[in-house]
Design a protein around this ligand. Structure first.
Ligand code: IMP
Ligand code: MG
Length: 180
């Protein structure tokens, strides 16, 4: 065990589930699909769900060849826990116009689906022409009413960290995805 910030004990050498190279390859594929799925007339807005999507967003948008705009939203449900509290709060609501545009929400991982179930109707009410989701990881625990159109990887039902994903704010900076 290693002392982490705040004195938390971090386990050494977490198990790698998706390597940096695997992630990079899959991000290129997703970006290529997204680039052909939309046209310039769609005025694509890529909306990253912070904080977990920040690295995925940065890699994805740099590989999307279609001109687009970027904004973020901040939702919070986990706090210090490994299990969703089910209470999704919107801490930052983007002021980008969504009316009549293609909106693509970028999410790090779909677990219970509570975050998407709560957020998508709120975003839908802002009148986008289309509203789709690109999730890097999906645990596929239960079928969702609205599935992400793009999924990077089906994920094991473990608690995953790295490449933006955290456990109590630790591990986000890892360039790979590991299981705790
Ligand atoms: P959901 O609302 O249960 O689908 O959970 C979605 C959010 O919970 C994600 O955006 C993550 O921030 C967080 N989350 C869910 N599973 C994990 C995990 O395995 N590791 C890290 N964060 C997770
Ligand atoms: Mg999180």
């Amino acid at each position: 065990m290693t002392a982490g910030k705040g004195g938390a004990n971090l386990p050494d050498l977490p198990r790698v589930v998706f390597s940096a190279q695997q992630i990079a390859g899959r991000v290129e594929e997703l970006a290529a699909e997204i680039s052909t799925a939309y046209g310039e007339e769609d005025r694509l807005l890529v909306l990253g769900l912070l904080k977990g999507s920040f690295i995925f967003m940065a890699d994805l948008v740099r590989a999307i060849t279609l001109p687009h705009q970027i904004d973020f939203l901040v939702a919070s449900s986990y706090g210090q826990a490994k299990v969703s509290t089910g209470d999704v709060r919107l801490l930052y609501d983007p002021d980008s116009s969504m009316e009549g545009r293609a909106v693509l929400v970028v999410e790090d991982i779909v677990d219970s689906g509570t975050t998407l179930r709560t957020l998508l109707p709120r975003l839908q009410s802002r009148g986008p022409a289309t509203l789709e989701v690109c999730a890097l990881l999906h645990k596929r625990l239960e079928p969702l009413e609205r599935e992400p159109r793009w999924v990077g990887f089906n994920a094991p039902n473990d608690f995953l960290v790295g490449y933006g994903l955290d456990y109590a704010e630790d591990f986000r900076h890892l360039p790979y995805i590991a299981s705790l």
